[in-house]
Design a protein around this ligand. Sequence first.
Ligand SMILES: NC(=O)c1ccc[n+]([C@@H]2O[C@H](COP(=O)([O-])OP(=O)(O)OC[C@H]3O[C@@H](n4cnc5c(N)ncnc54)[C@H](O)[C@@H]3O)[C@@H](O)[C@H]2O)c1
Length: 508
Amino acid sequence: MTALDLSSPVAVVGTGTMGQGIAQVALIAGHPVRLYDAAPGRAQAAADAIGARLDRLVEKDRLTGADRDAARARLLPAGSLADLADCALVVEAVLERLDVKQELFRELEGIVGEDCLLATNTSSLSVTAIGGALRLPGRFVGLHFFNPAPLLPLVEVVSGFATDVTYATRAYETARAWGKTPVACADTPGFIVNRIARPFYAEAFAVYEAQGADPATIDAVLRECGGFRMGAFELTDLIGQDVNESVTRSVWESFFQDVRFTPSLAQRRLVESGRLGRKSGHGWYDYSDGNGGAERDEPHTAEKGRPPAYVVAEGDLGPASELLALIREAGIPVREEDEDHGSRLVLPSGGQLALADGQTSVEFRDVVYFDLALDYRRATRIALSASQDTSPQTLAEATGLFQALGKDVSVIGDVPGMIVARTVARIVDLAHDAVAKGVATEEDIDTAMRLGVNYPLGPFEWSRRLGRNWAYALLDDLHLRDPSGRYAPSLALYRHAYASDKREGNTS
Ligand SMILES: NC(=O)c1ccc[n+]([C@@H]2O[C@H](COP(=O)([O-])OP(=O)(O)OC[C@H]3O[C@@H](n4cnc5c(N)ncnc54)[C@H](O)[C@@H]3O)[C@@H](O)[C@H]2O)c1
């Protein structure tokens, strides 16, 4: 089945933030649009607000005056739900409450035609549960837009247990015809993005709670080393700690308190004390004096040190192997030795430098770990972790080495898996787990994470780059050190890693 015909009227029920954005998208695509809101006067106010936004698009030359006028003529506030009888699609964006949504759809079903596609924009309720109120739940889907809907391209098209594939396809094709990038997903807590993104926040908060580093340092490492657009602390200050925590709690509770999704105690304290982020003037950072908090708090950056005279590279550095070329380019001689007992750089001090692998530095004699970078050439910062047993000379040489490559160095505590490495490994794991559970395809998950939360790479693209069992090995090590289950690699990731071993002839 193809997209809805542009002459078909589309209704949006609930004309707050999301409803207005979705209505604008359908309107600009060319549909007649009806707006309904339970609060008196709000549908008219929404029509006025959308009209003003169309004016701004004309001022910016993104819409012609004639198209604006035609769009305005197609936009009608409705006085009652009965006015939506001839609509071919109703998108609901009302209060996030199951009983309210169920009641609304029950009423709507008595008004619209039998072939009318019914959609909810819920972000945390089950599509199957809402659709349970319907006589014909086959025509009911989730159409999960992101805020602001006119600007963000991603739409998760969610099929509940009862959704008929014909209607899911119609919703998918309609979203595409509206200029969006739809992804298909099953009805699971958090759908794709809000499920797979949880470790991005959780691991940053966990490193902070473990006294590994302060928010400014963790944010700087996520940005400048991990390649993420924003760090987890500054991003949650922007989203609102209450909003971000409520998504986390909802996913955790919906998964029957699965330990992999446990919320953060430190974030709970922020929410309880009203430190909600930018909107309250204080979150992880302080915005009270008009300063952008995250810009003011400086990340830890090590003093300039001397580079080592040479390094010895033992084994294969895996995802960090590009470092050897960078070290040579910086004029530091590298002697490569084939060693099968490890993959690391040996420094003149006799100490070793190794990529974060889920172990702690204190377990070894004189080891400094460095964090995973999205791209070691382009990274402008590298985190190093050392224990109290690491010799000062080894840490100084490791610091000087990365500084010689043009990187700022942040020294953090001896936290296994460091910052970027544990975050990426957990995102990769949840992505594999989601595919195995039938949530979505690899391609759609990559698209959703790039477009929905701006990740520099989709989890599967990242996984391929890192090597088939890198994430599994790291999580396995982390799980050994924190056997709560939070880091236990999924069966899907295990299968992935094991299949690769077998293919390479290593079944031991
Ligand atoms: N805000 C976001 O970032 C975001 C993103 C994706 C999805 N969502 C989801 O979209 C939905 C709406 O969120 P929002 O942020 O736009 O909320 P909002 O509070 O801005 O708007 C909700 C509107 O619905 C109206 N309403 C409430 N009950 C109604 C009813 N029974 N019938 C008709 N109208 C009713 C209210 O008067 C209000 O105008 C929620 O389900 C939310 O989870 C929100």
